[in-house]
Design a protein around this ligand. Structure first.
Ligand code: 0X9
Ligand code: CA
Ligand code: ZN
Length: 426
């Protein structure tokens, strides 16, 4: 009882703190308590809040978070839980990352799929990450071992380490296609006609770092010349690379550092080579969060020569997604709808191949709904709402006359409402 009261008082303190925190971007984190650690943290200038149940609670600025990460000190983000007045969650059953897939868990799952569906899948490695992890691609097609020169559809996940949900959607799509091939004629048609390729984890080094050290990690794990780490893989592609200092940065410590040269990073370069070796008719690169479907251009606020076709496809996707769980995905040109970026995947794919290339920012809508931290129970519904959009885009991509034409016809239906409003984020 006394403990409970103490904790309530502590929560009260935390809640007070948050009213201030929302404005100045302070977060509350906790680290495991060990001998002398509290004093040491205080000496380092960290703002200590409390000690509770074997953990030390700190108020941290974004800069403090980066420092903690440099110190390799594993910490837990407590902000959302404390704000909601929830008790500490028990460790998730699936390990430290719960139902989400780590590099090894993904590898095992892809190998299982390939083993269970040998004629419908082919597992390949399109390259290695900087730290030597495999970059896996799973092909789903009839006679998958044979190159039948069929049209392709490419789905990428996890350019950004902390966007864990973006691994799960491509992976679940591959599973869905093979598991429903025997019973669902529409799925069979897609799988027979073309090659769906999923690369669920473009940034395995970053993901592992995000799981084990610093949950907010975004970039890859390149050691830069100034001692900072990481290049933003979604600024390292070769089209209009480094076009300006707004859409990417030349400063290594920046979260949107573009690297020393286009495709300097093995992860982005592997995607480049893989893309150029195949006849992809459409591409989706999954990210989170913002709940919006984006299409080129991203580097500049201007339409491509395919703007109407791209908009029609995006609108149709949003329309198909809405009824599944009632979640409204917005759609727009990338620079107009979110912000400008240069050197991203979809501008490059569109520029070199002229194909529909979408960035889908998965839910939630904003930081107040959880930001990068989707609940484990959200994984399946998020996949389920993306499924009809992906199936639609695949069908369109595999039909004759892509890009744009056939899809545009099919897409010319009533538009879902636009969400509009401010989409700024961190
Ligand atoms: O900034 C990015 O790379 C993507 N957003 S994220 O929050 N997942 O990092 C958006 C890329 C889409 N392209 C443009 N907005 N130009
Ligand atoms: Ca085939
Ligand atoms: Zn991202």
């Amino acid at each position: 009882m006394k403990n409970a009261l103490r904790f309530l008082a502590f929560l009260g303190l935390a809640v007070l703190l948050f009213s201030a925190a929302v404005a100045d971007r302070t977060e509350v984190v906790s680290v495991a308590k060990s001998a002398g650690r509290a004093a040491w943290l205080a000496a380092q200038g960290f703002d200590l809040l409390a000690e509770h149940e074997g953990r030390i609670f700190l108020a941290v600025s974004p800069e403090d978070l980066a420092r903690l990460s440099d110190l390799r000190l594993p910490f837990r983000l407590e902000t959302a839980r404390l704000r909601a007045g929830l008790p500490a969650e028990p460790a998730p059953a699936g390990g430290i990352n719960g139902d989400y897939h780590s590099y090894r868990e993904l590898e095992a799952e892809l190998q299982t799929l390939a083993r269970d569906f040998p004629s419908l899948t082919k597992l390949s490695t399109i390259g290695q990450s900087l730290e030597g992890r495999n970059l896996y691609a799973l092909k789903v097609s009839d006679n998958a071992a044979v190159d039948e020169k069929e049209p392709g559809f490419l789905i990428l996940g996890c350019h950004h380490a902390r966007e864990w949900i973006s691994v799960e959607v491509p992976l679940l799509l591959a599973r869905y296609l093979v598991e429903n091939y025997a019973t669902d004629a529409a799925v069979r048609d897609i799988v027979n006609r073309g090659e769906t390729w999923v690369v669920p984890l473009v940034n395995p080094d970053g993901l592992e770092y995000s799981i084990h050290v610093y949950r907010y990690w975004r970039k890859n794990r390149r050691l830069n010349t100034d001692g900072s780490f990481g290049i933003d893989l979604n600024r390292n592609y070769g089209y209009k690379w480094g076009y300006d200092e707004v859409g990417s940065s030349g400063t290594p410590a920046s979260e949107v550092y573009r690297g020393a040269a286009p495709f300097s990073e093995p992860e982005a370069d592997a995607c480049r080579r893989f893309f150029l070796e195949h006849d992809f008719r459409a591409l989706v690169s999954y990210h989170s969060y913002a709940q919006i479907i984006l299409y080129p251009w991203g580097y500049i606020d201007a339409p491509t020569d395919q703007d109407a076709a791209l908009a029609a496809l995006a609108r149709k996707m949003a329309e198909l997604m809405l009824p599944v769980n009632g979640r409204l995905y917005d759609y727009d040109r990338a620079a107009a709808g979110l912000y400008t970026t240069n050197g991203d995947t979809t501008d490059w794919a569109f520029a070199v191949a002229g194909i529909p290339a979408f960035t889908i920012e998965l839910p939630p809508l904003d930081i107040l709904h959880g930001g990068f931290f989707n609940k484990e129970t959200d994984i399946l519904p998020i996949f389920q709402e993306n499924l009809p959009a992906l199936l639609f885009l695949t069908r369109t991509a595999f039909a004759a006359g892509m890009p744009g034409t056939d899809g545009e016809q099919e897409a010319r239906t009533a538009a879902p409402p636009r969400r509009g409003g401010d989409r700024g984020k961190d």
